[in-house]
Design a protein around this ligand. Structure first.
Ligand SMILES: Nc1ncnc2c1ncn2[C@@H]1O[C@H](COP(=O)(O)OP(=O)(O)OP(=O)(O)O)[C@@H](O)[C@H]1O
Ligand SMILES: *[C@@H]1O[C@H](CO)[C@@H](O)[C@H](O)[C@H]1NC(C)=O
Ligand SMILES: *[C@@H]1O[C@H](CO)[C@@H](O)[C@H](O)[C@H]1NC(C)=O
Ligand SMILES: *[C@@H]1O[C@H](CO)[C@@H](O)[C@H](O)[C@H]1NC(C)=O
Ligand SMILES: *[C@@H]1O[C@H](CO)[C@@H](O)[C@H](O)[C@H]1NC(C)=O
Ligand SMILES: *[C@@H]1O[C@H](CO)[C@@H](O)[C@H](O)[C@H]1NC(C)=O
Ligand SMILES: *[C@@H]1O[C@H](CO)[C@@H](O)[C@H](O)[C@H]1NC(C)=O
Ligand SMILES: *[C@@H]1O[C@H](CO)[C@@H](O)[C@H](O)[C@H]1NC(C)=O
Ligand SMILES: *[C@@H]1O[C@H](CO)[C@@H](O)[C@H](O)[C@H]1NC(C)=O
Length: 667
């Protein structure tokens, strides 16, 4: 007996840390250094006295029980009734993240401390899927739960609940406390790495379990966080172990108990010495929160912004390079250029690449990115889709036309209100610049004749030699371009058609250029080979005379070049009409013949004009030009036809009506 007393004395006074209270009905651990606890799983006591239920390894569980069971029933006269108890503990949860953990810890009163079949994670080391809620489990738990488990009806990731035999709480509430005095509810965080105190009281008289929690610095609040009526006798028949259970799930968390006191049979659990508590380990939480809650919003905002910018850029790019393509165009695929290529080829259609502005639109020089070929890109604004198919098919068929005196049409591209035509680039520009821009070189007579021949052979090809008749409709000096060898090449063929198609068929819209328009066009509006010949005649006159087809005299009246030449002819010196810049350096006979041929081609009556093959024969000298009189070429159509044909060449009165008799009837 005295030995036992001595032992008790030693235990109580010499080794106070090791076992502060041997009495199972009441004990206090202000820190667990040296405590005699029954631990399993991951539970350990750290050197600085923290009871660490889980050690950070995921998907594990740990338990710590007071080693001796406590009698929860008072057996008196065969009547069994539960005993009241009160406990207080300080816990702390240190998760790898500062706002996310799993799953929590629980204070447990359990018939058995063998939880080997219980599962970790959401089962918190207390039960498993098969036995959860089974009354054979015999445990009462107060859970501090940091995850939401829908299967257990969890209310939040920060709640406190009272559980019996399973993880579904009888009552639960968000962690927090009711402030004494005001009664206001103050939220608390279970996992903000701050230790907090919890009190669990069971009043056997009322069968009421009450849970209270508060920050360490506060005394126990008067109003409990939650209370539940529990028939403890049905859970715990006799003796039970008290302690803690915890587990980890997917997140590495450490669940700590820093201090614990327990007392049976009424009254409060012994107060804990808050000042003497071991400190929670300080670890820097991973940047999940920073990633998810600071960086993520920034990152996602940045991403959204980047996406928005990308969308805008792509859209701008899409718009910038947007083309119009229709099904029927697939057959013309190879002739189609991408707008992007043309855009880059012309440096974005920059002014430095502008070659000139014509009646249809601007012409830019470009270098194709793929082949490096030099091209001229003509931008034609075109509103109407009408006739576009016919035009494009014509463009494409024209694109197949290969002739040394035609500017090759390489292909096209379509945009919303724009048509882009891609031609071979002609390094020496257009003939009209050479003829009328007096800062350039003077073309010699033989050069001029060569160019006339070139253009004639191109028209021959279009009118006679190509598989179908192609009317040029806009033969003129500005449409004759000079290649690197100063050969004349006719360009722009067929383009006038676009405007024919594009316009209302009921209005006869004459296409062409003033001065080059055959008089019958004003009447019929129908282009023909003869109207091309008329324009060719005017063109030849322009080349030979170095003058524009229409000029203004000193009174501001329009003066036709043809009339001027006819006047020279009447005066008996037709060669006076030849370009003075040649300073007479030309064969007079040949010049006279060419001028007469010009006038014949530009005859007011279409039927009087020779065909292109004939013209070629005249030019080559194979056929002699028949003697034509000045009267023949200056016939007054107005007088002849008694109707309002516009663009008569002659402003001179027709002198001898008899000369007209050899002119075949019009049309
Ligand atoms: N293939 C080309 N190579 C080099 N320069 C060209 C080419 N095509 C056109 N040009 C230049 O662009 C200018 C404008 O050409 P465009 O054919 O559009 O005008 P235009 O012949 O005066 O008028 P229209 O459009 O009524 O025929 C020409 O005068 C010429 O200097
Ligand atoms: C711990 O307590 C158990 C039960 O009372 C006892 O058997 C054991 O010897 C104790 N261990 C120590 C180290 O005190
Ligand atoms: C945690 O405890 C388990 C089981 O005791 C052990 O296997 C594991 O290595 C421990 N982890 C750490 C980080 O100490
Ligand atoms: C035990 O139960 C009986 C009958 O219910 C009752 O009369 C008696 O007072 C009870 N004894 C104690 C100690 O509560
Ligand atoms: C715990 O229970 C399991 C099965 O219920 C049993 O196999 C095991 O031996 C028990 N462990 C202890 C220490 O009693
Ligand atoms: C509860 O557990 C006991 C013992 O493990 C078992 O016999 C019983 O069938 C279980 N009850 C339910 C409802 O699962
Ligand atoms: C406490 O937290 C819960 C859940 O996060 C919230 O719904 C409630 O509004 C909070 N109450 C106060 C007073 O902050
Ligand atoms: C954690 O929460 C408690 C109670 O809500 C508060 O007193 C404490 O200051 C908080 N700690 C941190 C680090 O936010
Ligand atoms: C409590 O449970 C015991 C055992 O199951 C039962 O005998 C008793 O009637 C219950 N008491 C109440 C108030 O439900």
């Amino acid at each position: 007996m005295s030995v036992l007393h001595l032992l008790l004395f030693l235990l109580l006074h010499v080794l106070p840390l090791a076992s502060p209270a041997v009495d199972a009905d009441q004990f206090t651990f202000d820190g667990f250094a040296g405590a005699n606890l029954s631990l399993d799983g991951t539970a350990t006591v750290t050197p600085d006295g923290l009871l660490m239920l889980t050690n950070g390894t995921t998907q594990l569980k740990g338990h710590a029980f007071y080693p001796v069971p406590v009698r929860f029933h008072e057996a008196a006269n065969g009547n069994a009734s539960s005993r009241s108890f009160s406990t207080a503990f300080v816990f702390g949860i240190v998760s790898e993240y500062d706002d996310f953990s799993s799953p929590g810890l629980a204070f447990v009163v359990s018939k058995s401390k063998n939880f080997s079949t219980a599962l970790q994670s959401q089962y918190m080391g207390l039960a498993n899927a098969a036995n959860n809620g089974n009354s054979s489990n015999h445990f009462l738990a107060v859970e501090l739960d940091t995850i939401v488990n829908a299967e257990f009806g969890d209310m939040s990731n920060n709640h406190v609940g009272v559980d019996v035999d399973g993880l579904s709480s009888i009552v639960a509430d968000n962690a927090g406390y009711y402030e004494d005095g005001t009664g206001a509810f103050i939220n608390m965080s279970l996992l903000n790495r701050t230790a907090a105190q919890v009190w669990v009281d069971f009043d056997a008289r009322t069968s009421l379990v009450s849970v209270t929690m508060a920050p360490l610095e506060l005394p126990k609040p008067k109003k409990p966080l939650l209370s539940a009526t529990v028939n403890l006798s049905s859970v715990i028949q006799d003796k039970a172990y008290v302690g803690f259970s915890s587990s980890t799930g997917v997140v590495s968390s450490r669940h700590y108990v820093l201090a614990w006191s327990f007392k049976m049979d009424g009254g409060q659990a012994p107060p804990l010495n808050i000042q003497k508590l071991p400190a929670l380990p300080f670890t820097t939480p991973k940047r999940r929160s920073k990633t998810l809650y600071i960086l993520l919003p920034i990152a996602s905002a940045a991403l959204v912004l980047a996406l928005a910018i990308a969308v805008v850029l792509i859209d701008r790019r899409r718009r910038r390079y947007a083309e119009v393509k229709e099904d029927w165009e697939t057959e013309f695929g190879p002739h189609r250029f991408s707008y992007k290529d043309l855009f880059h080829a012309t440096k974005g259609f920059s002014d430095e690449r502008l070659l000139g502005i014509g009646g249809f639109g601007r012409v830019y020089k470009g270098v194709l990115p793929t082949s490096g070929a030099e091209v001229a890109v003509k931008k034609v604004s075109h509103e109407s889709r009408q006739g576009m198919k016919e035009f494009i098919s014509e463009v494409v068929s024209i694109g197949q036309i290969r002739h040394r005196n035609l500017v090759r049409l390489l292909g096209y591209c379509r945009r919303k209100r724009e048509l882009l035509l891609v031609y071979d680039y002609m390094p020496n520009g257009s003939l009209d610049k050479l003829l009328h821009d007096h800062n350039t070189m003077v073309l010699s007579w033989s050069q001029r004749l060569g160019i006339i021949n070139d253009v004639a052979s191109s028209i021959l090809y279009l009118h006679e030699d190509w598989e179908k008749v192609v009317l040029h409709r806009d033969v003129k000096a500005s449409n004759v371009l000079l290649d690197a060898d100063m050969n004349g090449r006719l360009g722009d063929f067929g383009l006038a058609r676009l405007y024919d198609h594009g316009t209302d068929p009921h209005t006869t819209h004459v296409v062409g250029t003033m001065g080059y328009l055959a008089p019958e066009l004003g009447h019929t509006g129908r282009a023909s080979k003869a109207s091309d010949i008329f324009a060719f005649g005017v063109f030849m006159l322009e080349v030979a005379c170095g003058r524009r087809p229409v000029s203004q005299d000193e009174h501001g009246d329009h003066l036709l070049l043809a009339d001027r030449v006819i006047e020279h002819w009447r005066e008996g010196a037709i060669t006076d009409a030849v370009d003075p810049r040649l300073r007479g350096d030309f064969p007079a006979e040949e010049a006279s013949f060419v001028l007469k041929l010009c006038l014949l081609c530009s005859h007011p009556l279409p039927s009087a004009r020779p065909g292109i093959r004939q013209i070629m024969q005249f030019l080559s000298g194979d056929t002699r030009l028949p003697e034509v009189s000045v009267e023949h070429v200056s016939v007054d159509v107005l007088a002849l036809r008694q109707n309002q044909v516009v663009h008569s060449h002659s402003s001179l009165p027709s002198t001898e009506a008899g000369n007209i008799s050899d002119v075949p009837a019009a049309r």
